[in-house]
Ligand binder design. Structure first.
Ligand code: PAF
Length: 283
């Protein structure tokens, strides 16, 4: 496994592997099974796999969160090496953000302002800046992102559409524990009781999809269920993709016979002070 810190070193990958397609997985390190599932997907698809590890200061609106973000480079490199990754890119902040480079601007409507964007102002702007620079440095053919961060996937899909039309973007389905709880590095902070209750998020998301004909009533029922279990619910709602617009209460009754567009039921909430997000995409 090669480890590069300079963007100029990355051009070697293309020069030395002219006949291989390059898959790219950007990360901020502190790797877990979810990240490794993205790596496995790229490898199963037969691509030369490049992973970046860079804690992007621009996407943190709270300096304390940036400081506290876990940095576990040695462990991350060991995991990626065991996994047979070809190249890891670990740039410095000045490599990623040299002076006098202008921000890229893309059209997102209000996609970056709502849900996760509303509680972390500027977050998606920071994500777009770093991913734009990383894609330019790595020049991948295919990129992999986890569907757990659905809104991030949708923002990156717009970036790809508007700035990198030749890149193929793959969304990888969320890894779940046996209970259905979406895997997250935050799960370790849950007590065993909260962890058991958090497993019901997946059941609630499924219940809303099953009762989609009356989804507004289902949303109220499931929100109550989560509150009874100790959750402070930030949002639990059904949105249409790709812009996460609200879905009217009679939508599924009116469109039963037509092919429905992609939708998602999205959730964010806290239990014992631990904030969790999850979603299920359906059509
Ligand atoms: O999902 C993440 O870890 C980050 O937002 C990303 C895509 C690596 C950009 O810093």
């Amino acid at each position: 496994m090669k480890v590069f810190t300079l963007a100029t070193e990355l051009s070697d990958i293309h020069r030395e592997n002219p006949n291989r397609k390059i898959a790219f997985i950007p990360t901020m390190g502190a790797l877990h099974a979810g990240h490794l599932s993205l790596v496995k997907s790229a490898q199963q698809d037969g691509y030369l796999t490049v992973v970046s590890i860079f804690v992007n200061p621009l996407q943190f609106n709270n300096p304390e969160d940036l400081e506290k973000y876990p940095r576990t480079l040695d462990n991350d490199l060991a995991l990626l090496s065991n996994q047979g990754v070809d190249v890891v890119f670990t740039p410095t902040t000045s490599e990623m953000y040299p002076a006098n480079v202008e921000d890229v601007q893309i059209e997102l409507g209000d996609l970056d302002q709502k849900f996760e964007g509303a509680c972390r102002p500027g977050h998606f702007h920071g994500v777009v800046q770093v991913v734009y620079r990383l894609f330019n440095y790595v020049q991948p053919h295919v990129v992999y992102f986890g569907e757990k961060d659905l809104q991030q996937c949708l923002v990156i899909e717009q970036l790809v559409l508007q700035q990198f039309p030749s890149i193929e973007m793959k969304r990888v389905i969320t890894m779940r524990e046996d209970s259905g709880l979406a895997m997250s590095s935050r799960n370790v902070r849950l007590s065993s009781n909260a962890r058991e209750n958090a497993a019901s998020i997946f059941q609630c998301l499924n219940a809303v999809i099953e009762q989609r004909l009356t989804h507004c009533e289902a949303l109220i029922q499931q929100q109550e269920r989560l509150k009874d279990m100790g959750f402070e619910v930030e949002y639990l709602t059904v949105v249409s993709l790709p812009f996460m617009n609200d879905v009217p209460c009679d939508f599924f009754q009116k469109t039963q016979s037509e092919k429905s567009p992609q939708m998602a039921v999205v959730f964010a909430g806290s239990i014992e002070g631990v904030r969790l997000i999850d979603n299920l995409v359906f059509s």
